[in-house]
Design a protein. Structure first.
Lengths: 310, 94
């Protein structure tokens, strides 16, 4: 029995619960010594024998885990699929919502696009990491607890619906196209139509005229892109991850400038606002909230459908 | 391997000695699988253990318990059944 054996036994015992240590130590040492003796009797020298026996026994951590009956994995086959499904669903729903909320908060607080984007991504990443970490932790603990948590029995009821799942229906596409065309028309018509007139008989435009220099053409461009996107979506026939991501990008392209304009009071024409009774002025906030909700729902729905149509 | 252990331990044996006996009997087994397994079987009540402090070195002796013997009989039965079935299958269903 030399220092090497001592170190080996020590390393193994390290991760074994207190009360089993003395017993396991005695047994392990006896077994090692027996093995060494047998080899010496066959003519090996002591040092080589010891080396071979210990090598044969292998990684002390692994040996200790076997003694203690600990699984050599975080989450095993029994719980793995539930875990994976849960994490995916959580990520796809919670992260976009958090990102949208953070973006809105920062835009209202008046930040430039860079700030807002940074905060949004930072929050999104943070939330995603938390979700993955805590879910993994819970499942790893569940794997190690002796209590057998009933894993949900799978029945054919749980199959994702074949139709009405991730498929793109003609009716949906037509509705979306109609809506987009109407939206573009609203933008264009707003130049020439308005509920209010000024004293000199000219119309008071609803939206701030300077907005036409860049932003409105930009927004109309985005809407046109969305029309193209709807067509592509219909041709593809079902939702895919890339479609859902593109959907996210288009929605963001529209919503972020729109909210930015609103929040910085550049959307509506001041003269138009002056004509509106005071109470309705909280319009800004309401519109922002509505836009965020609509956009978030659309994005999340896109990903959900991509998930179903895999 | 489980069955072999239960059967051999019908007469008491200890760690390394068991390793040797199993290898002589033709059962391939690693020390780092056998020792933890002996412990697990004892925890499950299939083996009993006793420390023998006489002799040059104190050793822990294991023996098959009554429950262990019963399990061994059951396993033996299903093993022989399976061997029979396999033979039939290899002869081609007659």
């Amino acid at each position: 029995m030399t220092e090497l054996t001592d170190r080996y036994v020590g390393a193994t015992l390290r991760s074994i619960p207190e009360k089993q240590r003395a017993d396991i130590e005695a047994e392990l040492r006896a077994s090692i010594d027996d093995a060494i003796e047998a080899r010496i009797a066959e003519g090996e020298d002591a040092t080589t024998a010891e080396l071979e026996v210990l090598t044969g026994l292998g990684d002390p951590d692994r040996l200790a885990a076997d003694y203690a009956g600990r699984p050599a994995y975080l989450i095993g086959p029994e719980h793995f699929f539930d875990y994976k499904r849960l994490v995916t669903v959580l990520l796809v729903t919670v992260v976009p919502i958090v990102m949208a909320v953070v973006a809105v908060i920062h835009m209202i607080g008046g930040g430039d696009v860079g700030d807002v984007f940074g905060e949004m991504m930072g929050a999104g990443l943070g939330v995603a990491v938390h979700i993955v970490f805590w879910t993994t932790l819970v499942f790893a603990l569940m794997e190690r607890s002796d209590a057998s948590v009933p894993t949900s029995e799978w029945t054919p009821d749980k199959l994702p619906a074949r139709h009405g799942g991730g498929e793109v229906k003609l009716s949906e596409t037509i509705a979306a196209l109609v809506f987009l065309v109407l939206a573009i028309n609203v933008f264009i018509l707003s130049r020439t139509v308005s509920p209010f007139t000024a004293e000199d008989g000219s119309l008071i435009p609803i939206f701030d005229p300077t907005v036409w220099d860049f932003w409105f053409p930009f927004l109309i461009g985005v809407l046109a892109l969305e029309i193209g996107f709807e067509v592509v979506k219909y041709r593809v026939g079902r939702w895919t991850w890339s479609l859902a991501s593109f959907n996210l990008a288009l929605n963001a392209l529209f919503a972020i400038p729109a909210i930015y304009l609103l929040a910085t009071d550049r959307l509506f024409n001041p003269e138009f606002l002056a004509e509106i009774p005071r109470q309705v002025l909280e319009l800004d906030l309401i519109i922002i909230v509505l836009v965020v909700l609509a956009v978030t729902w659309d994005v999340v729905d896109g990903f959900r459908k991509a998930l179903k149509a895999r | 391997m489980l069955l072999a252990c239960l059967l051999i331990l019908q007469s008491p044996g200890y760690g390394y000695g068991l390793l040797e006996k199993l290898e002589e009997a033709g059962v391939e087994v690693d020390a780092n699988t056998l020792y933890p397994m002996l412990r697990r079987l004892e925890k499950q009540g299939l083996l009993t253990s006793e420390w023998d402090t006489e002799g040059s070195r104190p050793r822990k002796y294991y023996a098959t318990s009554d429950r262990g013997a019963e399990l061994a009989r059951e396993l033996m039965r299903s093993w022989l059944d399976m061997t029979g079935t396999l033979e039939e299958l290899s002869r081609g269903d007659s």
